[in-house]
Design a protein around this ligand. Structure first.
Ligand code: GLN
Length: 483
């Protein structure tokens, strides 16, 4: 049962091979049995999950079920879930029980999905390894001494270790694609505005975007179908028609034009990763695609630009956590200033504090023009690079990450080397474009991710391109030893 994809589980439910209660119970037991090793969940919702599963079974019985009814999933712990703790991986929200559901969560609930629990993450989605979680790091199922990536590390581990058939994640600079790559699963970051951000705790509002993390592109299509679409509660959510993602999966790839940015195959790339990505590209040529070199000249500037702009937005977004309205409050404050200082000092971890300081500095009078405005100008140049490139090709491909999963602790004292791991993912968020990572090979027993980038609102194309690869190859079926 744990090896079945969402699509297969949906068929099993429809044919009554098992009930949603049985399926949910099986996953809950497995989580209680195995997750102490992986730490992929912050909260497991046994009672609510079984209630939702029983309701789903009743819907299936009455013939009132949709494709998603009865399927268990888990949400990254930054999506607000009514009546359930929403910690964002932080001490400051460790006691926060959300009074409402995020739009994304209510859409899954309405579709009849079952919420198994809330997954571990870097605090406020800041990080590339899940080591910044107040609840301790998640562990990569391919080698538990290594990180799963971040910030949606718990969501990636849960899928990879078969502790959930699928999960949600969020991607501000790579947090869906990078952990998907390091854990050997499929993840898609949709176009900015494709999925509502209402009820998703904000890190950097002009970058944040939610998306699915699954075993296959077909499952990602099923998930995105539920998530995507306009939302009156989020004015940045685009009022664009949502295509039938499953229907688009089977278009043949004859004549597909793939662009390989030469900057993505530069010095920092591990040669073993380059080789796996090249093999995947050859597979695409066999499927009828043609390949050409392109250039995204400002790729290198994406790291400095992102690490000014995202902290700047974070510094304002996180000012709401003040120990007054909700969340952690320090003991016995002397006065209001002491309350603010100690609640925030004790409630936020060191990476979050670092970013608040960097962001506040970049926005301060006198430095604004030198840093914030410059970074915004670079953001525009990066977007223009992509717009130019996507006039020549249908999709852009390259590695998702420069290296496979690194060891826990290896980079935690060196923030810049951690930031460098984001070199191939950040630029998409600066441009607002959709991107996907699928497993395309292995090096020394660790998974390698292929990144596929498309034009605005071209998620159907990305899913199609990924699905055709998964029909022709087995990388997405590889399972970590001992799972
Ligand atoms: N790793 C990047 C960061 O630390 C991206 C995080 C994300 O996408 N949420 O900010």
């Amino acid at each position: 049962m744990f090896d079945l994809t969402l699509a297969e589980l949906a068929k099993g439910l429809q044919k009554r091979e098992f009930s949603s209660v049985e399926l949910t119970q099986a996953y809950l037991s497995r989580i209680h049995d195995k997750d102490s090793l992986y730490n992929s969940y912050i909260t497991v919702c046994d009672q609510q999950a079984l209630k939702q599963a029983a309701a789903a079974d009743a819907r299936i019985e009455q013939g009132d079920a949709g494709l998603f009814t009865g399927l268990p999933i888990a949400h990254k712990d930054l999506f607000c879930t009514k009546g359930i703790k929403t910690s964002c991986g932080s001490r400051i929200l460790d006691n926060f029980i959300s009074p409402y559901d995020a739009t994304l969560v209510s859409r899954f609930n309405e579709a009849g999905a079952v919420t198994l629990g809330k997954t571990n993450m870097d605090e406020f989605a800041m990080g590339s390894s899940t080591e910044n979680s107040y609840f301790g790091p998640s562990r990569n199922p391919w080698d538990t001494e290594r990180v799963p990536g971040g910030s949606s590390g718990g969501s990636a581990v849960a899928v990879s270790a078969r502790l959930a058939p699928a999960t949600t994640g969020s991607d501000t600079g790579g947090s869906i694609r990078q952990p998907a790559a390091l854990c050997g699963i499929t993840g898609i970051k949709p176009t900015y505005g494709r999925v509502s951000r209402y009820g998703m705790v904000a890190y950097a509002s002009s970058f944040d975007q939610a998306g699915p993390m699954t075993r296959t592109a077909e499952d990602a299509a099923m998930m995105l179908q539920v998530m995507a679409g306009a939302d009156p509660l989020d004015s940045t959510c685009a009022d664009q028609p949502v295509p039938d993602y499953l229907a688009g999966l089977n278009t043949p790839l004859d004549g597909l034009k793939i662009g390989l940015p030469k900057e993505f195959f530069a010095d920092e790339l591990d040669p073993a990763i380059a080789e796996q990505v090249q093999n995947a590209i050859r597979e695409y040529e066999k499927l009828g695609a043609s390949v050409q070199e392109i250039s995204l000249p400002n790729t290198r500037l994406s790291i400095p630009a992102y690490y000014i702009l995202a902290p700047a937005e974070a510094s304002t977004n996180l000012s709401r956590f003040d120990g007054v309205r909700y969340g952690y409050r320090c003991a016995d404050p002397k006065d209001l200033e002491d309350l603010y200082k100690r609640s925030r000092g004790e409630g936020f971890g060191s990476e979050v504090q670092r970013r608040i300081l960097v962001g506040t500095y970049a926005l301060s009078e006198g430095y604004y023009d030198a840093y914030y405005r410059k970074a915004q100008q670079i953001r525009r140049l990066i977007q223009q690079d992509y717009i130019n490139a996507l006039q020549q090709v249908d999709v852009i491909m390259g590695p998702t990450t420069p290296h496979p999963a690194f060891r826990i602790g290896e980079k935690s004292n060196d923030p810049v080397s951690m930031y460098m791991e984001d070199i191939f993912t950040l630029s998409l968020n600066l441009a607002g474009l959709p991107g996907m990572s699928i497993p395309c090979g292995q090096t020394a027993g660790l998974p390698v991710g292929l990144q596929i980038i498309g034009n605005y609102f071209a998620e159907a194309k990305l899913l199609n391109v990924a699905h055709q690869f998964q029909l022709a190859t087995d990388w997405h079926k590889q399972t970590p030893a001992g799972i």
